[in-house]
Structure formats: C-alpha cells, structure tokens
Write a protein that binds this ligand. Structure first.
Ligand code: G6P
Length: 598
C-alpha cells in the first residue's frame, strides 16, 4: 500500500510538484518516502524514514527535468532507509519505485546475487531494477527490459522507472493502480488522479498488463501479449475533480471538512438523479432470476448492507452482502445469470478487485458503485456509476459513506419505479437542507459527548433495521480514529452475549428508529443496559422521549433516509473524541485509506 508519482518536463524543476503529488498520496501510506531526480547525466536519490515532510521537506536538493517518488507503507522488509524507495541498479543509473507485492522474488534475488548484483535492501522491488539493468546491458531498450523483468515475476505491481540515459519515465501496471496525466510539454504518472490534480485534469488510464513510455512530448502504450509487446492506442479522459478539493479549506482536518461537505454532496446527488437511470435499468435487466451479491469492505460494506435493505424494502429484491475478503469462500453458488454489485470508494481495494475477478471467472456480471475516476474497479466492471463525492483524503470514510447510501437509495428506487426521480430529488434535497441547518449544533453536541466518553475503554453502538449497519459504522468510526474499543450490534442481538460486558459507566450509543414499532423495541433494549449501569446516549428524532442519559436530536426525514442523517453525528462523535485524545483523525495508526494488498 504505497503511492508512486513521476513527472517529466521540458523545463527544469520538478521537485516541488513531485512532492505535492506524493503528499496527495500519503493516505496510501506514510512510513517512509523518497525521490529520484534526473540531473541529465546522473540520478540523485534521496530517501528516508518518515512522512514526505519529514524526509524531504526543507531539504535543499538539486532539481532536474524528470523525477519519480514514493510514499511507502511497509509490506516486504521493515521500515528503514534502505528499504525506502526508489531502488537503484548497481551502477546507480536506473531508479525505480513500486507499489504492490511480488511473488517469487527470493529465487531471482539469489540468482542475481550469484551473477554479481549487490542488493542494498530487503525489498521485493529491488529485484526488478537489477533485472532491468541486466536487460539494458544485453542491449534491450528500457521498455523491453522492464517488460522482460516483470514477466519473470508474479504478484502485483505499479512501477515507474527512470534512467540517467533517457528523458522518459517507463511505467507498467498489473493489479496495482497507475494513471498517466497529460500536460503541456510535460507528462506525469501517479497511483491515482487526485495526486496530479495540481498539474492536470486530463488522464490516460492504463489497463492491467500494460506498459508505457512517458516523455515530455507524449506517451506510448504497449500491452504484453504472449511475451511480445503490442502497441495500444488510447485517448485521454477529463476528470471532474478540481485541485481545490485537495485542500483543507480552513478546516483543521480533512475529516472535518469532509463531514461538512456532506449536505452539498447530497444536493448534487439530488440534482443528478437522472444520471443513475441507465445504470439502474441495466442492473435490473441483468438480474432476471439470478442472485444479486453486494461485495464491499470496511465502511463501504456498511453502505452495502443498507443497500441490501433498500433492495428488499423498496425494490422487493432479494440480495446478499458478502465481505470482499470472504467472497472467494462464500460465492460457490454464483455463476452465469448472477450479478455482483461492488461498492468501493477507491475502486482499488485488493479484496474487492479479487472478488470481482473471481465473479467474472464464474460467469457472473459485474456492476459497481465507485468514487475515484479511472480506478481499477471501473475498468473491470460491465457498468459503473460514480457517487460524485469528490476526493476523500481522511483515512476514515465519511462523505463517501453517506454518498454511497444515497446512491444505493436512488438505484433501488429507480429499479422499482423508473419514474421515482422527482420524488428522490425532493427527498434528498430535504435531507441535505436538514443536515446543513443542524451541522454546527450537531458538532457542538458531539464534542460534549466526546468529552464524556473519551476516557472509556469500551463503547457499544446499537441499532435496529436499516440503522443496524449505521451502528456498525458508528463503532467503526470511533475505534479507527480514537482507538477506543467500540462494537456495533443489532439492538436485539445484544442480549445474546455482549450484555455481559456492561458495567457502570460504559457508554452505549443507540441509534433510534423513526418508526414507532421499532422505537418501542429499542426503548426496552435501552432500559436493559441502563439497569446494568450503562451510560446511554441516544441519537434520535427530536420528538421522541427516551430513557437516556444524553440525547443528540437529529432532524430525520424518514426511516429510509435516516442512516444518512444519523451518520453525521456519529462521525462527529468519533472525530471529536479523537481530537480530545490528541489523535490525528486524518491518519489513524496502522491504517491506510486504500488497501491494495489482500
Ligand atoms: C480501508 C479504508 C476504509 C474503507 C475500506 C474499503 O480500510 O480505511 O475507510 O472503507 O478500506 O475501501 P473502499 O475504497 O473499497 O471503499
């Protein structure tokens, strides 16, 4: 889980743009970093342990016309200067950065060592650069040499390579993301489009198994077919995202900015309901009598569970939700005639992509709901729609959760009634306005709750029906950024075990339904935990009166849209608790936003 970037341009001076690109990729990992700059006749490499700022900020380096860089999240080899990328050939004239994991590199490393190559790191990556060096010594051109090296290795890779003898960046991808940015007299590459928004909005998307040469004048793409390179023609696509979306915009953290963006995204979704009609029709007609499996991970999984509720209640359709990493073992029944609906913010989560490949191999059709333009999932799907949330930088997903839920609501509604567009637009506009009007107040209340629960060791979130997944999401948010142990439960299931964990003062946060029959049930659950000493906090509609110690009143339109409205205070509770505890909510320990390893 690393980020890579590269720039080649006619004029000199790539360093500051390269560092900005790498900083935009830090959500992919940030335990070490490095760059290689071409100074015409030689390469300059600077790398170290820490974030981009710690390793390269304020360091004065010679600048050049071309450079590549890397932000690392260790998988092979510990966190050390030696293991940081770029890695270089024995003669120091080739430098390479890599995102992914290689199989079978140990044997090749021993063979290369036996042939006199000296390895400076424990990484799998370094094998590639020595293999390329051998190819070039044999007289191969860089792209053929890179292609031959990669064909000897299994696993996943997105690589960018420069040499002191060329003005081009050579790149390749297989099962790891890589995009090419198009500029004027300069061109770029990076792990995703967000990294390059300060330079361009025009992109060429590579497919798995493709390689490219990126020079200041243009790009050339090849595909490896049966050991040979075949030329590929591909046009550029323009993305909607703009560079301002990559800034904090006056907020202390990206997470807070992204929480506050939610009503605006909902309004945008309301205005563009029509965009989802074709996709919904395609999904409906693909389904016929087959199974519909929703596949996702993390927060997207919780959105997918709410999607299942919508499909059942709004569209009368049966579906199942499968955890992406479990999909291979739980999908033996899937085959021709079945449909997989993947939900993913990044479109790059390795477990989701693997599930999709398996689904396709089994003959199922694949549709997806994605946020990041040009991501691998869009390339592997028969059809896809965007959730239009813009780039999300905070590692903990917030705005993309509510956007996914809203899009699933739109799709389920359109699948059952293709004329529901106007009603949907009005629903989402109302939800957007209600959140917008109460945001500041909710934040204040969440901050007060955060002060009360910040010293707790455990917290429990309870929900029922459509808000059972909302409770799971509330718990996930709290645990991932505050490091307080938090679990979400279906309120009725809680008595079958977890109730034993309740003792004096343990916070129980209950997400209250809007429908009366459900409210009565959850009141009983609340009384049960209170009787055992729990400190109860209810996230609830304003008019309901409940046995709780603290209430956060949320204007909820109806049961179906309530997960969107309720997610906001739950996100804010997690955010303020993390901040109260002095944690950085944007970069929780051990976690990366885009998990590109299985
Ligand atoms: C990581 C992120 C989560 C995200 C999950 C799934 O764990 O930290 O925020 O929900 O991956 O990612 P996806 O991009 O597939 O939605």
């Amino acid at each position: 889980m690393c980020g890579i970037a590269g720039i080649t341009r006619r004029r000199a001076g790539v360093l500051s743009d390269l560092l900005k690109a790498l900083k935009n990729l830090e959500y992919r990992g940030y335990d070490s970093a490095g760059v290689a700059i071409s100074l015409g006749s030689r390469l300059l490499v600077r790398k170290g342990v820490g974030t981009i700022d710690q390793v390269l900020g304020g360091v004065s380096l010679e600048d050049g016309r071309m450079g590549i860089g890397h932000t690392r999240w260790a998988t092979h080899g510990g966190v050390s200067v030696e293991n940081a990328h770029p890695h270089t050939s024995c003669d120091g004239r080739i430098a390479l950065v890599h995102n992914g994991t290689l199989d079978g590199f140990e044997r090749l490393r021993e063979e290369l060592r036996a042939r006199g190559h000296v390895f400076k790191s424990d990484t799998d990556t370094e094998v590639i650069v020595h293999l390329v060096e051998e190819g070039i010594e044999e007289g191969l051109d860089p792209i053929s040499s890179l292609s031959r090296a990669l064909s000897e290795l299994g696993g996943s890779y997105a690589v960018a390579m420069i040499s002191a003898d060329s003005d081009s960046i050579f790149v390749a991808r297989y099962k790891s993301p890589l995009v090419i940015g198009i500029g004027n007299g300069e061109n770029y590459c990076a792990s995703d489009v967000a990294a390059l928004l300060h330079l361009t909005r025009e992109f060429v998307f590579l497919e798995d198994g493709e390689l490219a040469e990126i020079s200041p004048e243009g790009i050339r793409i090849w595909r490896m077919v049966g050991g040979k390179l075949e030329s590929v023609n591909r046009g550029a696509e323009r993305v909607e995202w703009v560079p301002q979306q990559m800034e904090k915009g006056g907020y202390e953290h990206f997470m807070m900015k992204e929480i506050f963006e939610q009503p605006h995204i909902l309004r945008k979704l309301a205005e563009t309901v029509e965009y989802y009609v074709k996709f919904s029709e395609g999904l409906r007609s693909a389904l016929k009598d087959g199974w519909l499996s929703i596949v996702a991970a993390g927060t997207s999984l919780h959105a997918g569970m709410i999607g299942k509720y919508y499909l059942s209640r709004v569209s009368g359709l049966r579906s199942e939700v499968v955890i992406a990493s479990e999909f291979p073992e739980w999908s033996h029944h899937l085959g021709k005639g079945d449909v997989v609906l993947a939900v993913s913010q990044s479109g790059e989560t390795a477990d989701v992509l693997e599930a999709i490949r398996i689904a396709r191999d089994r003959g199922a059709r694949v549709f997806s709901i994605v946020n990041v333009p040009g991501s691998t999932l869009t390339r592997l799907s028969e059809d896809y729609v965007f959730i239009q949330a813009g780039p999300e930088i905070g590692v903990a997903a917030t705005k993309t959760f509510t956007a996914q839920v809203a899009v699933l609501y739109i799709i389920a509604s359109l699948m059952s009634d293709s004329d529901s567009g106007v009603r949907l637009m009005r629903d989402l506009e109302v939800v957007s306005e209600e959140i917008l009007g109460s945001m500041e107040g909710l934040s204040e209340e969440a901050r007060n709750v955060a002060k009360l629960i910040r010293m707790s060791k455990h917290a429990f979130f309870l929900g029922r029906g459509i808000n059972y997944p909302t409770a799971l999401e509330g718990a996930l948010k709290l645990k991932e950024i505050s490091y307080i142990h938090a679990e979400g439960y279906a309120a009725g299931e809680y008595k079958h075990g977890p109730l034993a964990l309740i003792e004096e003062g343990v916070p129980v946060i209950a997400v209250i339904p809007t429908e009366e029959a459900l409210v009565n049930k959850i009141i009983y659950n609340l009384m049960e935990v209170r009787a055992r000493g729990a400190f109860t906090i209810t996230v609830q509609p304003p008019e309901v009166s409940l046995p709780s110690d603290r209430e956060i009143r949320v204007r909820v339109r109806d049961e179906l849209t309530s997960p969107i409205a309720y997610a906001v205070p739950l996100q804010l509770i997690a955010y303020h608790t993390a901040v109260e505890l002095g944690r950085n909510p944007d970069k929780p320990r051990n976690l990366a936003k885009s998990v590109t390893v299985e």
